[in-house]
Design a protein around this ligand. Sequence first.
Ligand code: DGL
Length: 268
Amino acid sequence: MKSRKNQAVGVFDSGVGGLTVVKSIRKHLPDEDIIYFGDTARVPYGNKSRETVKRFSREIIDFLIGRGVKIVVAACNTASSLAVPSIKKEYSVPVLGVIDSGVRIAARVSKSGRIGVIGTDSTVRSRAYDSALKKCDPSCTLFSRSCPLFVSLVENRFSRDPVTRAIAERYLKYFDGKHIDTLILGCTHYPILKTAIHDIMKKVILVDSATGVAQSVAIMLDNAGLRAAKRKRAARIQCFVSDDPTGFKKAANIFLKEEFDVKKTVVG
Ligand code: DGL
């Protein structure tokens, strides 16, 4: 029987994008084994209803808890916005989303208190970032814009293509005259477009919630006395996906330059 400290950290996403969060957890918590679930059969979540995203999230969390994880991280911003706040209380294992950590960093680094967020349609419509920012620092003002094409551009390896620049210019034009000094990248895929976004919004600080969530996981594990001890072997990543693993393995290269085991499994 594994001691609780040595149990893995569970991470899930609608697909491959959550590997940006895995990468950050790897960097900040190198001794933690990770079990990742990518719901590749049902991606995207970004245009789905709250009820559907809640059902999918519950099925995945049950699966990860069944594999013995000590904490679950919803890397997906859409699941973090639509599902985590209400379903986390159903579990004895901590369930953490990415919204609060992104908001906390943004509120800390912003000097003007005028903050932007970009995300999927469902994330923006949920107003989860608005509520989180209001709770964190009510003196800040949030401006939100959905950028639905960004996910496909990343997954089709268009992150450096001129077409991405043109689409990004169109989406980000919304922020003209809003005088934001900080922009939260509120979607798993957007950190891959950091360079393109930065080229357009040169003076704006880009906040990647993946970085913040690794710190939140560390704090939560430390508070619960659950941080893994230093390992002699390298920590493992085990991946499960709900569709054929071939596409996932190829796309995973964009997010995480590391070899790992990927198995197909059915949840729900
Ligand atoms: N993982 C989703 C998110 O962070 C993006 C992809 C999707 O729409 O499922 O919101």
